[in-house]
Design a protein around this ligand. Structure first.
Ligand code: ZN
Length: 123
């Protein structure tokens, strides 16, 4: 992979990281000491029953979103680490190069299309 392509992907990853963190900070607080660990805060709309019901509903939505975004952060960090180590773009299953187009579309992909498809079929 060309150095400028890697650079482009790295910039993209850092941008995605910023966006994910910002989205998390909107409803969760960052745990000190753990870079990618956030805790959803419980919303406070009021003391009425319907308000309490809304709070619970919002909280469970937050928890689900929190998990997705935290996974994204971990995937992004793994990809950034691989760039630093010079192992970026290698499929973690078959150890072959991942198609550059796939990486440009989804920069934190850690497996090639073939392996990904195989895994999905086995599920
Ligand atoms: Zn593969």
């Amino acid at each position: 992979m060309r150095a400028e392509t890697i650079q482009k992907i790295k910039t993209e990853l850092l941008q995605l990281r910023k966006e994910a963190e910002k989205a998390l900070e909107a409803f969760a607080t960052k745990e000190s000491g753990y870079a990618n660990d956030f805790t959803s805060t419980f919303p406070d709309y009021g003391k009425e029953n319907d308000e309490n019901a809304q709070e619970v509903e919002q909280y469970s939505t937050n928890l689900a979103t929190e998990q997705i975004l935290e996974k994204n952060l971990r995937d992004i960090d793994t990809a950034l680490k691989k760039i630093d180590q010079g192992t970026y773009g290698i499929c973690k299953y078959c150890h072959k190069k991942i198609d550059e187009k796939r990486l440009l579309a989804r920069p934190f992909s850690s497996s090639c299309i073939k392996c990904k498809n195989k895994l999905q079929k086995n599920q």
